[in-house]
Ligand binder design. Structure first.
Ligand code: NDP
Length: 313
C-alpha cells in the first residue's frame, strides 16, 4: 500500500465529493482535502487549484503535481510564490474543443449573416434585405491555434470562410493562412474581418485587443472573445463599437466576472454577452486525467497535458 498522500482542493466551481469518489475508487491512499484544512503540509503531494490565494502552494514542500481546472493556467501564474519546477497540468478535452468550436462557428455565422441587425429589424417589423457577402469572400482570423483554436479555425474553414491564424511560433496548417509573432500581428489583423481570440492570458497577450489593434482591422469587422477578459482593453473595444468601426462583438469572457450590472456591455446594441460558458469541460474526464497523471508520475512516465510555466501556457 502506497504511503498516504493529500490532494489539496481549492475550487469555487468544482465538486470535491466527485473528486473524493473518483480517487477513492482508483487511488484510495490519496486524501482529498479542502484547502485550507489540508492537514500535514508535508503530505500534500497534489493540488487541484483555481486561482490559489497567493503563496498557498509554497507551503507544501513535497508537492508533485498542480492540476489546473481550466485550459488556461493564468490564474496560477499570477501567484508570485508559485513553487518552481512543479509540473502544472491543464484541462485539455476533445469535448471542450468541440464546444468552443461550436460557439465560434455559431457566432461567426451570426455576425456574417447579419443576425443581430435582422433581430433588431424584426423587433420593428422591418422587412429589409442586408447586402450579404459569401463566406468564401470573408476572412475569419483566429488568434491562437492551440488545442482549441486550431479546431475553431478548421471549422471556420469547413463552413466556407477564408481562414487565417496567428500564433507565437511559426505554424503551418492546411487550409489556414498562418501568421506568427508581433511582426505579423498588424498584417494578420488587416486581413481579418471576423476576429476570434482563443489565446491564453500571458504578459504578452494581456490587453492585445486595444485601440491600436482594433484600428488595424478592416472597417465593419466583428470580434469574438472566448479567451480571457484581460485580453481586451474594454474601453477601447467600447469606443470601436460606439463608432461603428466594429460591427459586433460576442464576448464570453470579461475583466470582471460575473460581468458587473452597470457594465455597458449588457445593453450595447452591438454586443452579445455570454457568461463564460463557451466551452464546458467534463468533470469526470478531468478527474480521470488527474488519476492517470498520478499513476504516470509514480511509474516514472511522462505526464499528459503539461503546461510550460516559462511560457505561461
Ligand atoms: P494552447 O496552449 O493549446 O494554445 C495556445 C495558442 O495561443 C498557441 O497556438 C500559441 O502559439 C498561441 N499563443 C500563445 N501566446 C501567444 C503570443 N504571445 N502571440 C501569439 N500567439 C500566442 O491553449 P488552448 O487552445 O487549450 O486554450 C486557449 C485559451 O482558451 C485558454 O488559455 C483559455 O484562456 C481559453 N479558454 C476559454 C474557455 C471559455 O469557456 N471561454 C474554455 C477553455 C479555454 P504557439 O502555437 O506558437 O505556441
Amino acid at each position: 500500500m502506497a504511503a498516504r498522500e493529500t490532494l489539496a482542493f481549492y475550487s469555487p466551481w468544482d465538486d470535491i465529493e466527485a473528486w473524493r469518489k473518483g480517487f477513492a475508487a482508483a487511488l484510495p491512499e490519496v486524501d482529498i482535502r479542502q484547502w485550507p484544512d489540508v492537514g500535514d503540509p508535508a503530505r500534500v503531494a497534489y493540488a487541484f487549484v483555481e486561482g490559489t490565494p497567493d503563496g498557498a502552494l509554497a507551503a507544501f514542500p513535497n508537492l508533485k503535481i498542480i492540476f489546473s481546472p481550466g485550459a488556461g493556467i493564468d490564474h496560477l501564474m499570477r501567484d508570485p510564490k508559485l513553487p518552481k519546477g512543479i509540473p502544472v497540468t491543464r484541462n485539455v478535452q476533445d469535448r471542450m474543443t468541440l464546444g468552443m468550436t461550436q460557439f465560434v462557428v455559431l457566432h461567426a455565422l451570426r455576425h456574417h449573416r447579419h443576425m443581430p441587425a435582422y433581430q433588431a429589424q424584426q423587433k420593428d417589423g422591418v422587412w429589409q434585405e442586408i447586402k450579404q457577402a459569401g463566406a468564401w469572400d470573408t476572412r475569419a482570423g483566429v488568434m491562437g491555434l492551440g488545442a482549441i483554436g486550431l479546431g475553431c479555425a478548421q471549422a471556420l474553414a469547413a463552413v466556407g470562410f477564408q481562414t487565417l491564424g496567428w500564433t507565437r511560433t511559426p505554424r503551418t496548417h492546411p487550409g489556414i493562412t498562418c501568421f506568427h509573432g508581433q511582426d505579423d500581428l498588424l498584417r494578420f489583423l488587416a486581413q481579418t474581418e471576423i476576429l476570434v481570440c482563443v489565446l491564453p492570458l500571458t504578459p504578452e497577450t494581456e490587453g492585445i485587443v486595444n485601440a491600436r489593434t482594433l484600428a488595424a482591422l478592416p472597417e465593419g469587422a466583428s470580434f469574438i472573445n472566448l479567451g480571457r477578459g484581460r485580453h481586451v482593453v474594454e474601453e477601447d473595444l467600447l469606443a470601436a463599437l460606439d463608432s461603428g468601426r466594429l460591427s459586433h462583438a460576442t464576448l464570453d469572457v470579461f475583466r470582471t466576472e460575473p460581468l458587473p450590472k452597470d457594465s455597458r456591455f449588457w445593453s450595447h446594441p452591438r454586443v452579445t454577452v455570454t457568461p463564460h460558458r463557451a466551452g464546458n469541460s467534463n468533470r469526470l474526464l478531468l478527474i480521470d486525467q488527474a488519476i492517470e497523471n498520478v499513476r504516470r508520475l509514480r511509474a516514472g512516465r511522462p505526464l499528459t497535458n503539461v503546461a510550460d510555466s516559462s511560457r505561461g501556457y
